[in-house]
Write a protein that binds this ligand. Structure first.
Ligand code: TMP
Length: 210
């Protein structure tokens, strides 16, 4: 039984995840909640090495879609066993920058991989672990890509074509429709104080049902 809550933040490239990770953490801490922040792929020493492999661009050997998918879940397995589950069991809240919805969106949507295979891996790797709340920062893809390019060198995912990101966004929104109790869409294409106002409302709802 988990005593802490598991919150994930999702969205395409350049939608403002980093700024809002900090904001969410502060909001929870103001309520006296002990929260750890982490990210995927990554979150442990070994998983961060997998992350570096996944994001590296311009290597001679192409990474196959299957290898990419399995590496995402390999990193996730480490992260769950060593960071996420122990924290939740101790009663800490976990705030994670991306989780399995990103796999559905990027590998299932962007790379058109079999959603059933993703669901199978999700069950095997996570058991019953699912987020209590997922905040999906949504913006038209040109807005996000512009912001991401201003940050400097693009990684292997950020260098994908816009059709890839259209599919990523589409799958994220489909999943939000499928799981409206958990996945809350936040309009990220507006002033930051409005974005954060929407986030605050969703956090308050979670705190009420706690
Ligand atoms: P970040 O730059 O937002 O931290 O995420 C790293 C990249 O990894 C991002 O482009 C999305 C991608 N990704 C996947 O393709 N599948 C996944 O399951 C996760 C967690 C991330």
């Amino acid at each position: 039984m988990n005593e802490g809550k598991f919150i994930t933040l999702e969205g395409g490239e350049g939608v403002g995840k980093s700024t809002n990770m900090l904001f969410i953490k502060e909001q929870l801490e103001k309520e006296g909640i002990k929260v750890i922040t982490t990210r995927e792929p990554g979150g442990t020493g070994f998983a961060e090495k997998i992350r570096a492999l996944l994001l590296e661009k311009n290597r001679e050997e192409k990474v196959t879609e299957k290898a990419e998918l399995l590496l995402m879940f390999a990193a996730r397995a480490q992260h769950i066993d060593f960071i996420i589950q122990p924290a939740l069991t101790k009663g800490l809240w976990v705030l994670c920058d991306r989780f399995t919805d990103a796999t559905y969106a990027y590998q299932g949507g962007g790379r058109s991989m079999d959603m059933k295979m993703i669901a199978w891996l999700e069950d095997k790797v996570q058991g019953s672990l699912r987020p209590d709340l997922t905040l999906l920062l949504d913006a038209p893809i040109d807005v996000g890509i512009d912001r991401a390019s201003q940050r400097g060198k693009l990684d292997r995912f950020e260098s994908e074509k816009s059709s890839f990101f259209e599919k990523v966004r589409e799958v994220y929104l489909q999943r939000a429709k499928l799981y409206p109790q958990v996945i809350k869409v936040i309009n990220a294409d507006q002033d930051l104080d409005k974005v954060q106002g929407e986030i605050r409302i969703q956090l308050q709802k979670l705190l009420v049902i706690e």
